[in-house]
Ligand binder design. Structure first.
Ligand code: KG4
Ligand code: ZN
Length: 339
C-alpha cells in the first residue's frame, strides 16, 4: 500500500511516498532555515507563506521521484497537529484539495506520533509495544506505545521542551539558528564538568520534566559573564549544559522503563539527533539489558516519510478524516482534543 505523506507543521515543507509504512520510495524536504536564520528562530507568518509557495512542487516531486502517479497512491496522510497553526493549515488544506481532485482518502496524523514512526522506517523489525522518549522543539514526552495507534503519556515536561531549552541557550551563546544542532556541534570534545547547572526535581510525577530553570540558569550565566567582561568557553559550556539536559531525559526514561517493565526503548523527535543523547541512551539501555531504537539522522527532524509511515498505520486502523478536517496548534498524542 502506498501512502503520500505531507508535512508543514513548522519550517519544513515536505512530501514523501512510503510503501506499507516502512519503505521510503521518495522523500522531498524544502527547508526554510535560510529564511529564518536572520531572525534567530522561526517566524510563523514567513513559514506559512513559504509553505504556500513550495507545497505544490514538493508534492509533485515526491510523486514523480517515487515513480508513480496519484492512481497508484492509496491515501494522503497529513500532519494536522500540533504545530504552528498557519503552517499546519497549508498542509491540511492542500491535502483536502488533493482529496477532492483525486478521490483519495485523507488520513490525519499527529506530529509526535509521526516522529515515533520514523523508527519503523529505520528499523523495519520494530513493533509496539515499547517505551518512547519523544523530544522535539515543542514537546518532551515519555510515552507507552502499546499499539501503532495506541499511546499513553506517562511523563511530560511541565514547562519548556528539551529542544526549546537547547535553542534558547544556543541563542544566548550567539550560535545561529537552528540552535540545538549548532550547540551539539560546538560542544564536541568540551569538558562537561566545567559549568554547574541545577538538577530540577518535579514533585507529583516521577517521570515529568522541568527545563525552564535550567534554561534560565544558562541565560543568566551567559549574561552575568558578559556584564563582567568574562569569556564563556562555548565548547565547555555547551557540553556541561547538554549533559544537564540529557541527564534528566535519560534518568526519567530509565525510571519509567524499569517501573513499566519495557525492554524495548525508542527515541524520537528532532532532539534525538543529539550526539550525547544518542550515546547516553545507548549506554543506559546496554546497562539494563534493554534494546534501543533510534531514527537515522536524516529522519530525526521534520520530514514527510515519517508522516506517511504513521499514516499507513492510522489508515489501516480506520482513522480517516472527512472534508471538515481542521488543523490544531495543540492536540493530545493519545487522541483527545487538547493537550
Ligand atoms: O522535531 P523537530 O525537528 O521539530 C519540532 O517538531 O519541534 O525538532 C526541532 C528541535 C529544535 O529545538 C532543534 O534545536 C532540536 O530539535 N535539535 C537538536 C539537534 N538537532 C535538532 N537538539 C540538540 N542536538 C541536535 N543535534
Ligand atoms: Zn517535529
Amino acid at each position: 500500500m502506498l501512502i503520500l505523506g505531507i508535512e508543514s507543521s513548522c519550517d519544513e515543507t515536505a512530501a514523501a511516498v512510503v510503501e506499507d509504512g516502512r519503505k521510503i520510495l521518495s522523500s522531498v524536504i524544502a527547508s526554510q532555515v535560510k529564511e529564518h536564520i536572520i531572525y534567530g528562530g522561526v517566524v510563523p507568518e514567513i513559514a506559512s507563506r513559504r509553505h504556500v509557495e513550495a507545497i505544490s512542487s514538493v508534492v509533485k516531486k515526491a510523486v514523480t521521484d517515487a515513480g508513480c502517479t496519484f492512481d497508484d497512491i492509496d491515501a494522503v496522510a497529513v500532519t494536522y497537529a500540533p504545530g504552528l497553526i498557519g503552517a499546519l493549515l497549508v498542509g491540511v488544506n492542500y491535502a483536502k484539495g488533493l482529496s477532492f481532485g483525486t478521490g483519495l482518502p485523507i488520513v490525519p496524523v499527529h506530529h509526535l506520533r509521526s516522529h515515533t514512526a520514523a523508527n519503523y522506517i529505520t528499523s523495519p523489525e520494530l513493533k509496539p509495544p515499547f517505551l518512547c522518549l519523544i523530544v522535539s522543539g515543542g514537546h518532551s514526552h515519555i510515552v507507552e506505545v502499546t499499539d501503532y495507534t495506541e499511546y499513553r503519556v506517562i511523563g511530560k515536561t511541565r514547562d519548556d521542551a528539551a529542544g526549546e531549552c537547547m535553542d534558547k541557550a544556543a541563542r544566548a551563546l550567539g550560535l545561529p539558528y537552528p540552535g540545538g544542532l549548532n550547540l551539539d556541534k560546538a560542544s564536541v570534545g568540551g569538558n562537561d564538568k566545567t559549568y554547574k547547572f541545577p538538577h530540577p526535581v518535579v514533585t507529583g510525577s516521577k517521570y515529568d520534566f522541568s527545563f525552564s530553570g535550567l534554561k534560565t540558569a544558562a541565560v543568566n550565566l551567559i549574561h552575568n559573564a558578559s556584564q563582567k567582561g568574562e569569556e564563556i568557553n562555548i565548547k565547555d559550556f555547551g557540553a556541561s549544559y547538554i549533559k544537564a539536559v540529557t541527564d534528566l531525559l535519560v534518568s526519567n526514561t530509565e525510571k519509567a522503563a524499569k517501573d513499566t517493565g519495557h525492554k524495548t526503548i525508542v527515541l524520537a523527535g528532532g532532539v534525538s539527533a543529539n550526539s550525547v543523547l544518542r550515546k547516553k541512551m545507548g549506554d543506559m539501555c546496554r546497562k539494563n539489558g534493554m534494546t534501543l531504537y533510534m531514527p537515522e539522522l536524516s529522519l530525526c527532524g521534520d520530514n514527510a516519510a515519517m508522516v506517511a509511515s504513521q499514516g499507513y498505520f492510522e489508515f489501516i486502523s480506520g482513522n480517516i478524516a472527512d472534508m471538515s478536517l481542521n488543523a490544531a496548534a495543540t492536540a493530545n498524542i493519545e487522541g483527545h482534543e487538547n493537550e
